[in-house]
Design a protein around this ligand. Structure first.
Ligand code: GRF
Length: 187
């Protein structure tokens, strides 16, 4: 099986990156991870790229044309799938038009509910019965795009933000690989 070459974009802890690196080692998982892009030099996730000898691009989003630099790297490493895994910068319309291949994102809610930031506090305020995560194709609108995979759990009476986050991430480690398998199932 020829694996598709993927890049993971991160800004923070990188626990989804770590999980995807592990999955990508399975012989029948459809992708290999050939580039990590990070916009935060203090991101813990950088360590996962380094430990696993994955090419790493740390970008300064304050610099003009930083997206062009990313596009060059994507070309250099022949990347055909971008996975946004906690990447806290919105990709410009120009970037989306220039990168003609697949871009997917993971969001910590059951979209279309709770798009945007501070999802966990809003979920609790709204007294939701259940929540979870969504993997979707990236479109020009934030947290929009067609849904590929969702996983959910029921919220307990005593669950706080920390607990909900932890439970959501457990679901993320299942949903992201599942979405990637779904994308390539027939290709
Ligand atoms: C995840 O919860 C994801 O849903 C959100 O950012 C978080 C990233 O976590 N978009 P990590 O960096 O993968 O640990």
């Amino acid at each position: 099986m020829v694996k598709k070459r993927a890049s993971i974009f991160i800004s923070g802890k990188g626990s989804n990156l770590k999980n995807l690196i592990k999955k990508s080692r399975e012989y029948n998982f459809p992708i290999s991870i050939n580039l990590v892009v990070c916009n935060n030099p203090n991101s813990e996730g950088i360590l996962h790229a380094k430990k696993n000898s994955i090419p790493l691009l740390i970008i300064d989003t304050k610099k003009r044309n930083f997206e062009n630099k990313i596009l060059l790297y994507l070309k250099k490493y022949k990347i055909s799938l971008i996975c946004l895994a906690g990447y806290m910068k919105i990709l410009s319309k120009k970037f989306l038009n220039n990168y003609k291949k697949i871009i997917i994102n993971i969001h910590p809610s059951l979209l279309p509910k709770f798009k945007g930031l501070n999802t966990f506090s809003r979920i609790l305020e709204n007294k939701e019965i259940k929540t979870g995560c969504t993997v979707h194709y990236v479109s020009e609108k934030l947290d929009d795009g067609n849904i590929i995979s969702q996983k959910y759990f029921y919220i307990n009476k005593n669950d706080n933000e920390i607990i909900i986050k932890r439970k959501t991430q457990i679901q993320e480690y299942l949903a992201f690989p599942e979405a990637i398998i779904k994308i390539y199932r027939y290709n």
